[in-house]
Design a protein around this ligand. Structure first.
Ligand code: GDP
Length: 456
């Protein structure tokens, strides 16, 4: 059940800052504003107008801070309820004190994502748009941000609703014949239903096909840098990061733990993991680092296997090959600035292979492009209209809708029972509706909104 109490939270990040914003939503928002905010101008707060004044402890009369306040009256607000924002100085203590006054005046502390949940429950946005709000906050690259903005503005919701309309039309035709069985379902109607279902199926398939790129844009990828000691892994990490993050020395075995940094490769967020050099060692700390590196291989989206071109291929390189079977790998032959002596075995004939110098930077830009193009096309990155599924939840329910549609297409091709068709169509509609939240339940909403931050 949706309880219309009044919620409040600090909407700015924890810690000190220039300003801190306390947000309040619900029927008491306006009254709380009147209780603790004293405007310098005459009259109370006017909707959508900032007002300068002070925040005062209503019991002691003590002034807590000078502040700006704004009320956004229902329904023209983020939640569609009355929303009050108090912008005070961004010290941790002052923000906490203002929040305490708000809570004492009748609000309750909001749960994570509760403002956005109310925006959804009050019909201002659908579930895809609510999830997109979180993606906007978490976006790590321009491309991810653009995709999230498009989803928030409703571009993906529109595609889903086009599919729903086609299915509703097909269902209406089928149900008409179920209700009036004396009218036979003629060939023309069969082909209309079939065509509607096929169009819906094709829209769903396009969306499902875009999922991998959508997910990658939203979440980014992880790239593991692996190789024997002194191959130049840390130098390469520094080169990719454009900073001296990892220690580079000629002494083998310097990197003992995993170093992790994120870069933006032209729109793709890439988590780089530099690992301990793989070799046989008696040093237990180094061995632990090697174990950790090997354990990371199955989790990585891509492995950069760094080879030292200035030394012959040896047992240590072979150890790595054994661990890489079945993985996505780019072979990177490093030290192209000095004579190359390495002779690579057959294993490499099937891999993308690049020669670079981590020292001079030669070939590193090409390596960056190669990493990116393993996952995402430049067409997608440049396409400002790119609309894709980016969450496994969306993909899974649309896949289940698509299987229902395939059953319907199969049934339409043979003599079929209309009641069964109608059941499959209803299943497909329910699945499609659950993406936007037309069909939903509290458990799903709790799951989605619990990953939001408090105050959003
Ligand atoms: P790691 O053990 O694989 O992380 O290797 P490092 O990045 O620490 O490099 C080992 C040694 O190789 C250092 O002395 C680096 O200066 C040197 N090195 C790394 N990359 C290159 C390169 O491209 N060319 C040359 N000539 N030396 C390199």
């Amino acid at each position: 059940m949706y309880i219309r109490d009044t919620i409040a939270a600090v909407s700015t990040p924890p810690g000190s800052g220039g300003i801190g914003i306390i947000r309040v939503s619900g029927e008491m928002a306006s009254g709380i504003g009147a209780t603790i905010f004293k405007p310098v101008c005459n009259g109370g707060l006017e909707s959508h107008r900032f007002c300068y004044g002070t925040i005062v402890d209503d019991l002691s009369g003590v002034t807590i801070d000078e502040a700006m306040a704004v009320i956004m009256r229902s329904p023209h607000s983020y939640t569609r309820e009355d929303v009050l924002e108090l912008h005070c100085h961004g010290g941790m203590l002052v923000v906490e004190q203002v929040l305490s006054l708000v809570l004492r005046a009748g609000a309750r502390l909001a749960d994570p994502g509760e403002f956005t949940r109310r925006a959804f429950l009050n019909g201002r946005i659908d579930l895809i748009q609510a999830e997109a709000v979180m993606d906007i906050i978490g976006a790590q690259t321009d491309a991810a941000l653009q995709m999230a903005q498009r989803q928030r503005s409703g571009a993906l919701s529109l595609r889903i609703s086009e599919t729903r309309d086609l299915l509703l039309h097909a269902l209406a035709l089928i149900e008409a014949y179920i209700d009036f069985p004396e009218d036979d379902l003629g060939t023309t109607d069969f082909s209309t239903i079939s065509s509607l279902v096929c169009q819906a199926s094709s829209l769903l398939n396009q969306l499902i096909a875009g999922f991998d790129e959508g997910r990658i844009l939203r979440e980014g990828i992880s790239v593991l840098i692996i190789g024997k000691p002194n191959a130049g892994k840390s130098r390469l990490l520094n080169r990719l990061l454009n900073e001296n993050r990892a220690i580079v020395t000629h002494i083998p075995g310097t990197t003992r733990d995993i170093i992790e940094e994120t870069i933006n490769l032209g729109g793709l967020a890439v988590r780089l993991l530099d690992t301990a050099g793989i070799r046989h060692t008696m040093d237990i700390i180094e061995q632990e680092g090697i174990n950790r590196a090997l354990e990371k291989i199955p989790q990585a989206d891509l492995v950069l296997f760094v080879l030292d071109g200035s030394r012959p291929f040896d047992r240590e390189d072979q150890l790595i090959i054994d661990a890489l079977q079945g993985r996505s790998v780019i072979a990177v032959v490093n030290k192209s600035d000095i004579p190359c002596v390495i002779d690579l075995p057959d294993f490499f004939s099937t891999l993308p292979l690049l020669h670079i110098s981590a020292e001079t930077g030669e070939g590193v830009e090409f390596l960056k492009d190669s990493i990116r193009s393993c996952f995402i096309s430049t067409h997608t990155l440049d396409n400002r209209e790119f609309v894709a599924l980016s969450r496994a939840r969306h993909r899974d329910v649309l896949r289940s809708a698509e299987s229902s549609l395939q059953r319907i297409i199969g049934a339409l091709a043979s003599a079929c029972c209309l009641e069964l068709l109608s059941i499959d169509l209803r299943d497909a509609l329910a699945a499609v509706g659950s993406v936007t939240g037309q069909v939903t339940n509290d458990e799903l909403l709790d799951h989605i909104f619990s990953s939001f931050c408090i105050g959003k």
